[in-house]
Design a protein around this ligand. Sequence first.
Ligand SMILES: N[C@@H](CCC(=O)N[C@@H](CS)C(=O)NCC(=O)O)C(=O)O
Length: 223
Amino acid sequence: MDKGTLYSYPVSNYSGMVRDVIYRYVLPIDIRHPQELGGIKSPEYQAKFPTGKIPALEVGDLKLYESSVILDYLLPSPEEGERKYYNLLAERVHDIYHGAYQGIMYRPSTEDETRTGLEAFRFTIGELDRILGLMDGPLFGGKEIGRGDLVYPTFGFYLHILPNYHDFDVFADCADLADWWTAIKADDICRKVLKEIAAGLQEWEDAGHFSKLYGKQSVVDFI
Ligand SMILES: N[C@@H](CCC(=O)N[C@@H](CS)C(=O)NCC(=O)O)C(=O)O
């Protein structure tokens, strides 16, 4: 593979999905902050990546955004048969049903937006647990990390923000997913990515971001 560049922030959960694969397979891709192109909202960045979001990947003339497309480029789904499609379904459910509401965890939101968002997270978590229960675990990939497992960086956000600020028990009635989380935390690369996310969330805490939003501060301790 030609040498590439991934644009990513350490705290970004979607970028964490791609960073996992870069670390895990030691891919020749530099990880850079979008500020090097003027930031995600700059004309320079958006000329390359029109959504103004991360992750974004550049390899020669190829410019890609959307984590699932980048993951397809870097690592076509390793699973086969039913497991392949359940893994892709898990990733898709996360992107569509969680992704639309992710911002309610860390941006000012109305009560309605918050309620709808929390319902979407409950649906996403319940679906991930149900899909996992259709296969031998403990991981979506079985014994190895698979495509569906790459939703794990979002659980750093869930486990820090939802119990501390929304009285929301992330793994309630989701025994398979609770076991999955134990298996995720036992994997060295997952732990590396989760620590990057935890450090980013702690920086937000230290800067008073959550105390402004929620009126209190918490210590990041999910990993
Ligand atoms: N569906 C997109 C979601 C990407 C996304 O929401 N990225 C967030 C960071 S985790 C972002 O760039 N947020 C900045 C913004 O929306 O302004 C993907 O899978 O890549």
